[in-house]
Design a protein around this ligand. Structure first.
Ligand SMILES: [Zn+2]
Length: 344
């Protein structure tokens, strides 16, 4: 109950609890960090703590009327709590682009001029705050520059890219960094919420890169089966089977999303190859159900080759935003191993 049920970000909790206990919570926060690391939930729990009717030691009860209404209002579409305001990109009138327009910021600023309706402290959550353009940010800055004490309002800006915010905004906010969530914690969530057993959960947790959101996405998809098919093909390609390599490159390279998932999997797989080469089954191996394949490939590939392949995967991932041709990049990825077999 309360902060103790939000155990994915212990450091964040300790900062916010300390602030609550000393009665010195900030007027404006930036919650920064990867998507899916609990930034919105932390903001909501802070709002609950600030308004809980039975607040004790800076903690919220989750039960009282304020707590339940704020919790329900964490989804902007279901928010009926008048003192919780969400500023969500792309939601202003007939707007089409994913931005927060200046008019939306101005409307929010105007609406907080009067005292909160029922809350002790109102909260304004700005989602993906970094998509505010300069005009919107300047409009928001004006609000921040006014005396905030009387407004009884706490602003929380959620962002994955705090560097896109104006320095003048950043200097007026307290930034709290959200770290990657521990794999064990993600694994536990996957087992309890999606009933994915041990090994599968460990693989998805490793692939979700510290993001609960990404883990949930992967859990809803078919990654575990996909991985089996990919590994079979990869195994053949690393054995020198050019036809399978080309077919795999073509299939995977044609969908950007599949390509990205495949690259992330490749990175993990090659890490396993290095771990296996170093310490055998005692290494820190994620794909524990694939020891036979790991053993075979470690026999074929030198450590240098594995590292070179990993660098290539990283390079492809780095180039993803510029829209590389997945099929061609993958053919290039397999090429040296296929030629090697020819030359033998
Ligand atoms: Zn409460």
């Amino acid at each position: 109950m309360g902060w103790s049920s939000f155990d994915i970000q212990p450091q964040v909790v300790s900062i916010l609890r300390r602030a609550m206990n000393s009665g010195r919570t900030g007027h404006a926060y930036i919650f920064s960090g990867l998507a899916g690391t609990g930034k919105l939930e932390a903001a909501i729990r802070l709002a609950m703590s600030l308004n809980c009717e039975t607040m004790r030691d800076g903690d919220h009860c989750e039960q009282c009327r304020s707590c339940s209404m704020i919790w329900k209002g964490s989804n902007p579409a279901e928010n009926n709590y008048p003192d919780l305001l969400h500023l969500v990109p792309g939601e202003w009138e007939k707007q089409k682009s994913y931005t927060i327009v200046m008019d939306a910021v101005r409307a929010m600023s105007a609406s907080i001029k009067s005292a909160p309706i029922s809350a002790r402290r109102r909260m304004v959550i700005i989602h993906d705050a970094d998509v505010m353009n300069e005009d919107s940010q300047n409009a928001f800055l004006k609000t921040l520059e006014e005396p905030l004490e009387g407004l009884r309002t706490t602003f929380v800006l959620l962002t994955t890219r705090p560097d896109k915010l104006l320095p003048t905004i950043r200097s007026r906010c307290q930034e709290i960094k959200f770290r990657r969530i521990a794999p064990e914690r993600i694994k536990a969530m996957l087992s309890s919420e999606y009933e994915i057993p041990g090994e599968g959960a460990a693989i998805l947790a490793a692939l979700s890169d510290g993001s609960m959101g990404k883990a949930r996405e992967l859990a809803k998809g078919d990654l575990l089966n996909e991985r089996r098919e990919w590994l079979q093909a990869l195994d053949a390609a690393y054995g020198g089977d050019a036809e399978t390599a080309m077919k795999l490159a073509e299939e995977i390279g044609s969908s950007r999303e599949t390509f990205e998932r495949f690259l992330e999997f490749l990175l993990l797989w090659h890490r396993d190859l290095l771990a296996y080469a170093g310490a055998g089954e005692d290494g820190h191996i994620i794909n524990l159900d694939m020891l036979e394949t790991l053993r075979r490939q470690t026999g074929i590939l030198s450590q240098q080759t594995v590292m070179t392949q990993m660098e290539k995967v990283q390079e492809m991932l780095d180039y993803l935003p510029v829209n590389i041709r997945g099929d061609l990049a993958l053919l290039d990825f397999f090429a040296p191993l296929l030629n090697r077999r020819k030359n033998r």
